[in-house]
Design a binder for this molecule. Structure first.
Ligand code: GLY
Ligand code: MN
Ligand code: MN
Length: 472
């Protein structure tokens, strides 16, 4: 049965069971309606154990509660988003909701977390649409949420035990004019975004898992390169191999994979992925596994499709690595986030000047007001916070983010690149169509930065050896 048919079935049953006529309907006869709600075994309710994230989520809620005394706070999970007609994108809960509930990939759409002010702080309740019992049309005829269609849904008691949260039915939630709602109220939105700047031990462990799983995806891509080259749209084959590894391990992906071969590597967010992967070119792959808790990795490797870098490819690649290593070298607690970017940019400016690509000196290019000539070849930033969102903490204030100081527990990317567009007349022909990015996920500790993705080969020599090993 198609989704369309399910929907029709649902509509005619919930709205006009007997009379509806559509181009694909089959009305439920009386015998069905009389018998569908009976004959089902009792479902024993065994409550799940509390998940490991629950105490961490409780601590995050306590921080939010303390910051907004007397205010009623509302954090919605969000709803389905339509893809076309009656098909939706896979549901993904709002990051603030997930962070404050501990509910990740298994969150129920349209749930709402409510902080009700009391004399002693807040009474916090998670409202969700509990499963309907089997006497309802929802059970057998609602293609979006009915358990007959989408499978078992949790009970209020089950969710309460799992998350360590008070729960109530969504029908018992009412909004008020004075609610502070995430994404509507700037102060609350900013607060819950900044709350994620420093990760707790649970979040760090989840990010480590995501990075490890992403490494396995990159290994599979390298192993499959010979087959990938043989497909007409090798970029899609790369995306598919990564996806297969993520799904085989039971995971998802935190963003659309960028598989950009040859000149496509110069388009920073190339997700069309419809090109061939051609020996002699480089292929840039930016991909990240998202684990059940929704924490995601964000890693880029640039590979020579034939297995070895040409001299010019190697020169560009190793310059990007030099920039990444320079950024890593300055990162430590107390240093400004922006200093990481500035260290990478010094290398990019110095080398592009040395190669004769700039109309000014490296020093002039680095001038804050009149410079920037080198940025033509790397327009993006070097780093962003990473967590439950790939670009985490997006609503944090600039003074907390770009101008803020690095602290132990922060997780961020270092991802410099050099991109020489195929039609860029400012560079010698041998540079044109080459794009390189190296992206690693970095955890700041008391003792300095730790590269969580260091086990994925990243120097030019390591990359060549990686491909050679896969082919031997
Ligand atoms: N994958 C997007 C980024 O690197 O920021
Ligand atoms: Mn990134
Ligand atoms: Mn990336």
């Amino acid at each position: 049965m198609t989704t369309d048919e399910r929907d029709t079935l649902a509509q005619e049953t919930t709205e006009t069971p007997a009379a509806a006529t559509t181009n694909r309907k089959q009305p439920f006869p009386a015998g069905f309606l009389e018998s569908i709600s009976t004959g089902w075994a009792e479902r024993p309710e065994s409550l799940p154990p509390q998940r490991a994230e629950a105490p961490y989520a409780a601590a995050r809620r306590a921080t939010v509660s303390a910051a907004f005394p007397g205010a009623r706070l509302v954090i919605p999970a969000g709803s389905f988003k339509q893809r076309s007609n009656d098909t939706d994108y896979p549901f993904r809960a709002h990051s603030a909701f997930s962070h404050l509930t501990g509910w990740g990939a298994d969150a129920v759409p349209d749930s709402v977390l409510v902080f009700e002010p009391t004399d002693r702080g807040h009474e916090i309740t998670l409202h969700l649409r509990e499963r309907a019992d089997r006497t309802t049309t929802e059970f057998y005829a609602d293609a979006t949420i009915g358990e007959f269609w989408i499978g078992p849904r949790p009970s209020l008691d089950g969710v309460a035990a799992d998350l360590g949260l008070r729960t109530a039915h969504i029908d018992d939630f009412t909004s008020t004019d004075h609610d502070l709602v995430v994404d509507d109220d700037d102060t609350l939105t900013r607060f819950v975004s900044e709350l994620r700047l420093v990760k707790d031990p649970y979040e760090i462990a989840q990010l480590r898992l995501a990075v490890e799983a992403t490494g396995r995806g990159f290994d599979d891509i390298v192993a499959e390169l010979p087959r990938i080259i043989d497909t007409p749209r090798g970029e899609r084959a790369i995306e598919g191999v990564f996806h297969l590894r993520a799904r085989t391990d039971g995971n998802g992906e935190g963003y659309d994979t960028i598989a950009a071969s040859g000149p496509h590597a110069c388009y920073l967010h190339w997700t069309r992925n419809d090109g061939a992967v051609v020996p002699g070119d480089l292929v840039l792959i930016d991909a990240g596994v998202e684990v059940d808790s929704l924490y995601t990795a964000d890693i880029t490797r640039t590979l020579p499709v034939s297995g070895t870098f040409s001299p010019v490819q190697r020169r560009i690649y190793e310059t990007v690595r030099e920039a990444a290593d320079a950024a890593f070298a300055v990162a430590r607690p107390g240093v400004r986030f922006r200093a990481v970017h500035e260290a990478a940019m010094e290398v990019i400016a110095a080398r592009t000047a040395e190669w004769g690509l700039l109309p000014v000196t490296a020093e002039e290019a680095l001038d804050a007001d009149r410079g920037g000539q080198h940025r033509r070849y790397m327009v993006h930033g070097t780093s962003h916070h990473l967590g439950i969102d790939v670009h985490d903490c997006a609503q944090a204030r600039r003074e907390m983010y770009y101008d803020g100081e690095l602290e132990p527990g922060m997780v961020f990317t270092i991802e410099p690149g050099l991109y020489f567009q195929i039609d860029d007349l400012t560079v010698p022909e041998e540079y044109r169509g080459i794009g390189v990015r190296i992206e690693d996920d970095i955890l700041m500790t008391e003792d300095g930065p730790v590269n969580l993705s260091a086990d994925i080969p990243r120097t030019a020599d390591e990359i060549e050896a990686w491909i050679a090993r896969a082919r031997s």
